[in-house]
Design a protein around this ligand. Structure first.
Ligand code: ZN
Length: 291
């Protein structure tokens, strides 16, 4: 089954919803970056939420980047989505290991940390992209997105994200974002709250074989949900030898001159997808001369 996100409304347009199944793109991120289970969960949750945020963007060329820095051993989580929900991302330390919670669940907050910021950069074609930074509240990711929507967009939201890894492979991944529009009536809000209280976790719902359509109907039961569209999403990196070359510029003239002198070549990996690019001595000299 391919990954996809459904967009929907409910409660006479007073509620909007996104539900995603993202097993393949999270598995691709895991295999590209060779992340540990807890790193896969943190990165996968962020990829899933950011994909849905990408689909909230209005124009075709819009992009959204989410950067989570919680002070934990995973370092930074960085994910970018285009307006079609296609994502790419990485964490600073894919090898992070943290002891599980006593109930056996992955301690994502232990890896991410709880003291820091969620930064959201929206590139909507203006010279200066929108850029907002909000304190991290839990480090478990979903709550942090809920907090972000409340603070930055004054939109009360319910965010649920989950990644289930068995053995070495991602078995299930997905999530939903349900948001109340400013005109939401008390009755619909109460109904939604009732539904949320008795909801099982997103990973349980996926494990039981529910599709995003099924999950939408469970979360918005009694609120007459209507699906607007269904968007296939994937892990996609559009890097090239030319773009990755910027990393050579970033290391500075002195360091680059040293590499040319000592190694006469360089191999650089794209941080988003780990694809490796090789540069010859001539290519490196050309970069140096243009700096
Ligand atoms: Zn790449």
């Amino acid at each position: 089954m391919k990954d996809y996100v459904i967009r929907a409304t409910a409660g006479d347009g007073q509620i909007r919803a996104f539900v995603a199944t993202t097993r393949n793109l999270v598995e691709e991120a895991r295999s590209l970056h060779e992340t540990t289970k807890v790193a896969t969960a943190a990165l996968g949750r962020t990829l899933t939420a950011t994909s849905m945020m990408g689909l909230m963007m209005k124009n075709e060329n819009d992009k959204v980047t989410v950067i989570i820095k919680g002070g934990g051993p995973i370092g930074t989580i960085l994910v970018t989505s285009d307006s079609k929900g296609n994502v790419k991302g990485y964490v600073t330390n894919p090898n992070v290991e943290v002891e599980n919670y006593p109930n056996g669940k992955l301690n994502v907050a232990g890896a991410v940390g709880t003291q820091g910021h969620v930064k959201v950069i929206k590139d909507i074609g203006l010279r200066e992209p929108y850029n907002g930074s909000y304190p991290l509240v839990s480090g478990e990711i979903a709550e942090d997105f809920t907090h972000y929507f409340a603070l930055s967009e004054q939109t009360p939201s319910v965010v649920s994200l989950g990644v289930l890894t068995r053995a070495d492979e991602v078995e299930h991944a997905g999530g939903f974002i349900v948001q109340l529009m400013p005109d939401a009536e008390e009755e619909n809000i109460a109904k939604l709250e009732q539904n949320i209280v008795r909801l099982s976790s997103i990973t349980n719902m996926l494990k039981e074989g529910n599709t995003p359509e099924d999950i939408l109907n469970i979360v918005l039961e009694g609120l007459n949900p209507k699906i607007l569209d269904r968007c296939e999403v994937k892990f996609e990196c559009e890097c090239s030898k030319e773009k990755v070359k910027n990393a050579l510029v970033a290391i500075g003239k002195t360091a680059l001159a040293e590499i040319i002198e000592e190694d006469k070549k360089a191999e650089i990996g794209c941080q988003f997808c780990n694809r490796k690019y090789n540069y010859t001595e001539e290519e490196l000299i050309e970069v140096l001369e243009n700096m």
